[in-house]
Design a protein around this ligand. Structure first.
Ligand code: NAD
Length: 258
């Protein structure tokens, strides 16, 4: 299927590794020119080199997307993108009794307010050009809360509520906004969660990994490439009638009928 987005410009946040990287690579395979943002320069440059081999223009910006300066650098490198993929590291796990107001503000900044700021900075030019695709990487935790990730459960639900409203206003102009909700994908983030739960439960990260794997209906964790391909479909021309949706991609881990 030709997704019809060859030559478009995408800004992909937190894209040196894991799910963000997979989205950037998949978009580049469709001929989209990508600007990728991440904090660590080494992994970022390596990802940019890989993407460059796909024959598209790639810009790599080493910046923290959760800061105003980081966002300004991203937008300076990719003004007026046709496609925006919002992503940032998830908040740390823990017990809500230990979280200060500052901890909450950091989580809200990263996983709610940063995507909203970037949407604010880009959506009106998308509307003017009558094409725009915005995909927010959130979490399965929005649909089914994860015990130790209360900061994530809360902050991402705030973004989801905001997007539910805005996405109905933009679709008339062929600008869609959707959320992708990953379940367990084999990335650095998943490994760090195993390390935390192992410590909290007096176990080992390997035992935590085995237990989580045993609970997966698919019998495996997700491959980041699978995530990237769904993101790219949502960014394509054929997805113009899909907006305000929350797509779980979790190998059946969420047990509900709907
Ligand atoms: P990852 O740790 O593999 O990769 C994170 C990427 O984000 C890296 O490129 C890192 O450099 C970049 N990054 C982090 N914070 C940044 C910031 N402030 N500014 C710029 N770049 C930043 O993580 P992942 O597994 O790809 O997860 C992506 C998102 O999806 C996270 O918010 C995570 O919490 C969420 N998530 C992941 C899973 C999973 O199973 N992997 C499940 C649910 C939700």
């Amino acid at each position: 299927m030709d997704l019809g987005i060859k030559g478009k410009k995408a800004l992909v946040c937190a894209a040196s590794k894991g799910l963000g990287r997979a989205c950037a690579v998949s978009l580049a395979r469709e001929g989209v020119n990508v600007t990728i943002i991440a904090r660590g320069k080494e992994a970022l440059d390596e990802t940019a080199r890989e993407i460059g081999k796909l024959g598209v223009d790639v810009k790599a910006i080493a910046a923290d997307v959760t800061t105003p300066d980081g966002r300004a650098a991203a937008l300076a490198a990719c003004p007026d993108p046709d496609i925006l993929v919002n992503n940032a590291g998830g908040p740390p796990p823990g017990d809500f009794r230990n979280w200060s107001r500052d901890d909450w503000i950091k989580a809200l900044d990263a996983n709610m307010l940063t995507p909203i700021e970037l949407i604010k900075a880009t959506v009106d030019t998308m509307i003017a050009r009558k094409f725009g695709r915005i995909v927010n990487i959130t979490s399965g935790a929005v649909k089914s809360p994860i015990d130790e990730l209360g900061l994530s459960n809360g902050a991402r639900s705030g973004l989801t509520g905001f997007v539910a409203g805005l996405s109905r206003k933009t679709v008339r102009h062929n600008v869609t906004i959707n959320n992708l909700l990953p379940g367990a994908f084999d990335t650095d983030r998943l490994k760090s969660n195993f390390a935390f739960t192992a410590k909290a439960r007096g176990s080992t990260p390997e035992a935590m990994r085995e237990a989580r794997l045993a609970a997966q209906p698919a019998g495996r964790f997700g491959y980041p490439e699978e995530f990237g391909e769904l993101c790219t479909f949502l960014c394509g021309v054929h997805a113009g009638f899909i907006t305000g949706q929350n797509f779980l991609i979790d190998g059946g881990a969420y047990p509900g009928t709907f």
